[in-house]
Ligand binder design. Structure first.
Ligand code: GLA
Length: 574
């Protein structure tokens, strides 16, 4: 058995302490192209990855992420009334937001007050004296759509009547009023299973859709019950996080959490890191630009949360930049993710666009000092005969030129540069940025003492490393890199697999390819413990390129005399 170095022995990241990433030294090309959805596999059966299109709730809506406005972030409970909502609809039209693609005008909590003796939900007459149907008519007359809010529990988060036991009745009522979008919150649910309870709404939405009134279904369980696993078949979007606050730490935390499940997103089904805070005053313009950049790169719903009647020109331009919005609304519906981590908060995120060979790229600086950042052509899964890429700055809306192998730019503290990148000449699209593996956990029992071992080849040379994870009670983010190893006579060993971060509250493992060369012949091996018993399995997944998803479970195993074995690590949709 090869000994892995201890964490202390391991070399640190490529970025020296003064925040300057060392210049990339490698200009080698990725090996043979691999279809994005089919990976050659060996002993554990073919790891066939299935395109995610078919998973969405099939109501034909939200084929691109919904764009609109919601009352909560700015007006909360007390500031919500029909005058404000009408004025916001007017402002959506007059400010140019409608022209930019925003269409949903959404009431959040506190529009409802009671139920009739027949159980029909009643709007708060002090806030909505004309009723919701009249408001829907008003909004529709402006070419916009109306959204309402409810809660899957007995009461909303603000104590208004919830929909529990009235799911179908409420959805039918909203449909009769002409409502186009429904957000369903998760307060006061007293132990209900979210997938089951939200599934009751799905049935109700399917019924009204069959009768001619489809509505967008926005799930809001705050990411608590892994909605990226059941959300795509249940609703059109699902919150991945707790509530956003108008502050950098909250915004970037929500972005990182929501970026953990890129494979769940598809036309009609979106991870939702919560509504926008742009223009509410708690972040700098630079931070708000990062906010919109990351939401667009992640194909997140863009639901503005500011006062549209009094936007500064800067806020308006952040919300309406057509080239940035085009990234969010790209018809391929892929969610971008981190493709290179230079350390110290200097990251590159990328999103494959519908046009073959095109990538949207965010050069992110999460740190509090300005720093150079580098985009490497191979990190984007692009190949070009001359190693060239053409680069356009999407916020500035200017072409930056043609660059060989890498593009360098200094990014301000908490800033994001957003680019459109394509091969410079006749380059070819490798289908996806290089490897990104998501291992989801499908066992309800605690999985502890996990050792994740990786064997792979770079330039035909065998590499080997492992990472120990004490308890799979959160998401572990790992990086895979074949550089910096030492030859032990039979293979390269070193700190190839390393933990780069964790996200609380989610059991999953993410592995990002941070090597600019082709990583091939990958075998993932797991050894873990459930209830004191040892389990083991492995999966061969071929080349580490594009999105891959595996599921880890201890269920269905058989005892072989020394450990539980079976198809415990296997390909999955998510
Ligand atoms: C929860 C939701 C928020 C908002 C409030 C309203 O906190 O997550 O988005 O809807 O309830 O009470």
């Amino acid at each position: 058995m090869v000994r892995c170095e201890t964490r202390d022995e391991r070399s640190k990241s490529a970025i020296p302490d003064h925040h300057e990433p060392s210049r990339p030294r490698f200009a080698r090309r990725r090996a043979a192209a691999v279809g994005a959805w089919l990976l050659a596999a060996a002993s554990c059966g073919a790891a066939v990855l299935v395109a995610s299109e078919a998973r969405a709730l099939d109501n034909g809506l939200a084929r691109t992420p919904p764009m609109g406005w919601n009352s909560w972030n700015k007006f909360g409970c007390s500031g919500l009334n029909e005058t404000v909502v009408k004025q916001m609809a007017d402002a959506m039209v007059n400010s140019g937001l409608k022209g930019a693609g925003y269409q949903y005008v959404n009431l959040d909590d506190c529009w409802q007050s009671s139920r009739t003796s027949a159980g029909v939900i009643v709007a708060d007459a002090s806030k909505f004296p004309s009723g919701i149907q009249a408001l829907a008519d008003y909004v529709h007359a402006e070419g916009l759509k109306l959204g309402v809010y409810t809660d899957a529990g007995t009461a909303t988060c603000q104590g208004r009547p919830g929909s529990y036991g009235h799911e179908a009745q409420d959805v039918a009522t909203y449909a009769s009023w002409g409502v186009d979008y429904v957000k369903v919150d998760w307060c006061n649910t007293a132990g209900e299973d979210p997938a089951t309870e939200y599934g009751r709404f799905t049935t109700a939405f399917q019924e009204v859709a069959a009768a001619g009134k489809p509505m967008v279904f926005s799930i809001c369980d705050w990411g608590d019950a892994a909605p990226w696993q059941w959300g795509p078949t249940t609703g059109n979007s699902w919150r991945t996080t707790g509530d956003i606050a108008d502050a950098w730490s909250s915004m970037i935390g929500n972005a990182v959490s929501s970026s953990q499940h890129p494979l769940a997103a598809a036309p009609g089904a979106w991870n939702d890191p919560d509504m926008l805070e742009v223009g509410n005053g708690g972040m700098t313009p630079t931070e708000y630009q990062t906010h919109v950049s990351l939401w667009a790169l992640m194909s997140a719903p863009l639901i503005a949360g500011n006062d549209l009647r009094s936007m500064s020109p800067q806020t308006k331009s952040l919300l309406t930049n057509p080239e940035v919005l085009a990234v969010d609304q790209d018809a391929a519906g892929r969610q971008g993710y981190k493709v290179h981590d230079w350390g110290n908060g200097i990251e590159v995120w990328a999103k494959p666009l519908k046009t073959p060979g095109q990538r949207a790229v965010v050069m992110l600086n999460r740190s509090s000092v300005a720093s150079p950042n580098y985009v490497l052509l191979p990190d984007l899964g692009l190949v070009d005969p001359a190693n060239e890429m053409v680069v356009r700055d999407l916020w500035a809306r200017t072409n930056l030129g043609t660059f060989v192998f890498d593009y360098e730019q200094t990014v301000p503290a908490h800033g994001a540069v957003m680019l459109l990148v394509a091969p410079g000449t006749i380059g070819s699209d490798q289908g996806m940025p290089p490897g990104h593996l998501e291992i989801g956990i499908a066992d309800s029992r605690p999985i502890v003492n996990l050792r994740l071992t990786v064997d792979f080849r770079v330039n035909g040379q065998p590499h080997h490393d492992w990472e120990d994870i004490a308890a799979l009670d959160r998401t572990y983010e790992l990086a895979l890199n074949g550089m910096g190893g030492t030859w032990n006579g039979s293979e390269w060993v070193g700190n190839f697999l390393s933990t780069t971060g964790t996200v609380a509250g989610q059991g999953a493992i993410l592995v990002n390819d941070v090597d600019s060369r082709a990583i091939t012949d990958v075998r993932w091996t797991v050894r873990f413990t459930i209830a004191g018993q040892p389990y083991g399995d492995f999966e061969d997944v071929g080349d580490f390129v594009g999105d891959e998803a595996l599921t880890l479970t201890g269920e269905g195993a058989t005892w072989n005399g020394s450990e539980w074995v079976g198809n415990l690590l296997r390909p999955s949709l998510l």
